[in-house]
Design a protein around this ligand. Structure first.
Ligand code: HEC
Length: 114
């Protein structure tokens, strides 16, 4: 019986380690949510109607990080243009943000995050 209890303790410990290992990669998984929003934005731009972009710029804005100093301003600018139906103005902010932050965001927090 003593021998069995020891075996059970070892098994319990092994299971705990396995559960810990399983949880770790999930917590560090890349965040695909902004990329998903971006795909919708792209589709909407191709659609040619600026108005539905308003909510997508909001969704983009909340994904910003403090070190991306102009992220919020760019999102707001895009949103304002979209609200006016100014598709070219909205598109200009897509490029502005991509040039400034896309690759950093992608590798640190986004679809290519470790
Ligand atoms: C404030 C920042 C910001 C704005 C504004 C912005 N984007 Fe992005 N965009 C990003 C970032 C960051 C990524 C990378 C996301 C990732 O891969 O995790 C990205 C990625 C993309 C991608 C690539 C998606 C893929 O499949 O890899 C497309 C397409 C895209 N954006 C389109 C747009 C369009 C169209 C607009 C404007 C209507 C726009 N974006 C506005 C930050 C922005």
């Amino acid at each position: 019986m003593r021998k069995n209890a020891g075996w059970l303790a070892t098994l319990t410990a092994a299971l705990a380690v396995a559960a810990g290992l399983a949880a770790a990669p999930a917590a560090a998984a890349p965040d695909m949510s902004l990329k998903d929003t971006m795909k919708k934005m792209q589709a909407q731009v191709l659609n040619g109607d600026a108005k539905p972009l308003v909510g997508m710029f909001d969704a983009t804005k909340v994904k910003g990080k403090p070190e991306f100093a102009n992220w919020n301003a760019m999102s707001d600018k895009g949103k304002a243009a979209a609200a006016k139906g100014d598709l070219d103005g909205a598109k200009a902010t897509c490029k502005e943000c991509h040039d400034a932050y896309r690759s950093d965001y992608k590798t640190k927090y986004g679809s290519r995050a470790p």
